[in-house]
Design a protein around this ligand. Structure first.
Ligand code: UDP
Length: 382
């Protein structure tokens, strides 16, 4: 008999949730992670008493009550609501696009006026597409113009999107912008989900709770002694890069990555909000995150005399960098499909999560996915 039922490679949300549920079912689990800490990209480091999201801002949101109840059974969540501000050439606008934004953009004060203004803004592109006999938007630019019109596209979408993806809006798929709500009410809540918040005490509490009672090893790279790790457990849950698992035999999958420049400021409140997007092309970073606002509210902000901010720079991924966003274009999706086929023929290995499934996942859908594997033993990775 092997020493473990499951070896879980990677301690991010997929691996940690899986281990948690497997332990509950009496399985013997070992979790290994090549980083020096657990938690994958939700990991936070305490700096000046503030939980700093080391791998980018994470805001938990879901409409799934089962997922919400599950995470709250591990750690209580606070009432943080994401309401990013856009800064375009020094002028501020509320996001997502709602009555506040329309007022700031055009001075309109009622939904009727806002609708009329958007229709007027859209008219040009609608006429152009009609003349060219185009029925559906062919790229992000056309989609944005049809959705919200010229002014908002130029000021709040174009520069930000081109910085984030490193490609022109005319070369990007329309669907990227679909996740941005357009609302005819004065509501700055970025997400439409029923539940949202940040774990009280920070995301490491969630990781610690999920992995309580489970054997873990950090600074351990599966690929440094692959044979040893492959024989240590009956089954493996692999959450790393799927192409690396198969020795890049068909070639490398591409990613976008993010680089963070962290600054500590000698003031309690730098920008008055957790997230400020810089939507003009000329400013090299896409947004500034002020971490304390995720967990400190009201007087708490001033009880902590310093603040930590991160400027976020989006770049093309190269070897040795952290892979963040899968680039789900045709070329990469085709490549991934070939790896997936290999994965499906592997018995006793589950490939799960953002890197192993080459899919952009928010946190809640990852948890939902693992919760739906039940009982763990019957799990079929296909
Ligand atoms: N977006 C934009 N302006 C903004 C914020 C978002 O144009 O101020 C667009 C952009 O195309 C981006 C997409 O909306 O790629 C999704 O942005 P979001 O910030 O939700 O993505 P995240 O990187 O946080 O998952």
């Amino acid at each position: 008999m092997k020493p473990y039922d499951y070896l879980i490679v990677g301690s991010g949300l997929y691996g940690a949730t899986f281990a948690h549920l497997a332990l509950k079912q009496g399985k013997r689990c070992l979790v290994i992670d090549k980083r020096s800490h657990l938690g994958g990209n939700i990991y936070c480091e305490k700096i000046e008493g503030i939980n700093v999201h080391k791998y980018g801002a994470h805001i938990f949101h879901t409409s799934n009550k089962q997922v919400w109840d599950f995470v709250n059974s591990i750690v209580e969540f606070n009432r943080y609501t994401n309401s990013p501000i856009a800064n375009y050439k020094g002028k501020l606008y509320n996001l997502p696009f709602n009555m506040n934004t329309f007022y700031q953009m055009w001075g309109v004060t009622t939904p009727t006026e806002a609708v009329a203004k958007i229709e007027e803004q859209k008219a040009e592109v609608v006429a152009k597409m009609k003349a060219e006999d185009i029925t559906a938007p062919r790229n992000l630019e056309e989609q944005a113009l049809m959705l919200i019109g010229h002014d908002i596209y130029e000021r709040l979408i174009k520069g930000y999107t081109e910085k984030q993806w490193g490609r022109k809006c005319t070369e990007l798929p329309a669907f990227i912008i679909n996740r941005l709500p357009v609302r005819m009410v004065f509501d700055n809540n970025y997400f439409n989900d029923k539940y949202q918040g940040i774990p009280i005490g920070g995301y490491n509490k969630l990781t610690e709770g999920l992995l309580a009672g489970i054997e873990t090893k950090t600074n351990v790279d599966f690929f440094n002694d692959r044979e040893y790790w492959e024989n240590i457990a009956e089954k493996i849950v692999f959450t790393g890069k799927i192409d690396e698992y198969f020795d890049y035999c068909f070639g490398k999958l591409e990613y976008r990555t993010v680089r963070f420049e962290e600054e500590i400021h000698n003031m309690p409140n730098y920008q008055g909000n957790a997230v400020v997007n810089y939507t003009e092309r000329e400013i090299p970073y896409t947004r500034i995150i002020e971490h304390k606002h995720f967990e400190m509210f009201g007087q708490e902000i001033y009880n902590c005399s310093k603040t930590v901010i991160s400027k976020e720079f989006s770049t093309e991924w190269k070897d040795g960098m952290e892979p963040y966003y899968p680039v789900n274009n045709e070329k990469n999706n085709t490549l991934y499909a070939r790896y997936k086929e290999l994965a499906e023929n592997k018995k006793n290995i589950i490939f799960g999560g953002r890197l192993a499934e080459y899919k952009y996942y928010d946190m809640a859908p990852i948890i939902e996915k693992v919760l739906n594997i039940s009982p763990i033993d019957d799990f079929n990775p296909r």
